[in-house]
Design a binder for this molecule. Structure first.
Ligand code: 5GP
Ligand code: ZN
Length: 113
């Protein structure tokens, strides 16, 4: 299996890493859609949210809490920011290793496009 985000997590591919811990790595999105746009990625390879198991529940919560902390560090927490996980093609998923998008620094639109 050749997975881009497994390679980034394993330091086999470059990325602007913001922080990492034993469960996840956060790095800047290569094609930012907002002034702040980073990804929080579990070290564990999980292809889509549909593959999440009982054992992954705390991992998903952890991704959100890491995202909150970085959003605070980047001064967008109080203003507002958006967290998104895309699942499968119609939602626009292009990398099949789950990742939490965190977007901020501009007004977000609703409904999303
Ligand atoms: P998806 O479309 O799967 O929801 O999101 C994949 C995201 O990964 C996109 O926002 C895309 O810009 C980002 N991305 C794709 N390839 C790379 C890469 O090599 N490095 C980084 N940092 N981000 C990437
Ligand atoms: Zn992977």
């Amino acid at each position: 299996m050749d997975c881009l985000f497994c390679r980034i997590v394993g330091k086999k591919a470059p990325a602007k890493i913001i922080c990492e811990d034993e469960k996840c790595v956060a790095f800047e999105d290569i094609a930012p859609q907002a002034p702040v746009h980073f990804l929080v990625v579990p070290r564990k390879h999980i292809a889509t949210t549909l593959e999440l198991g009982d054992e992954d529940e705390s991992l998903v919560g952890h991704l959100f809490r890491v995202a909150n902390r970085i959003a605070g560090d980047k001064q967008v927490a109080g203003r507002g920011f958006r967290m998104v996980m895309n699942t499968n093609p119609e939602a626009g998923q292009s990398v099949y290793h789950i990742h939490l998008h965190v977007l901020g620094g501009r007004r977000m639109h609703w409904p999303p496009g």
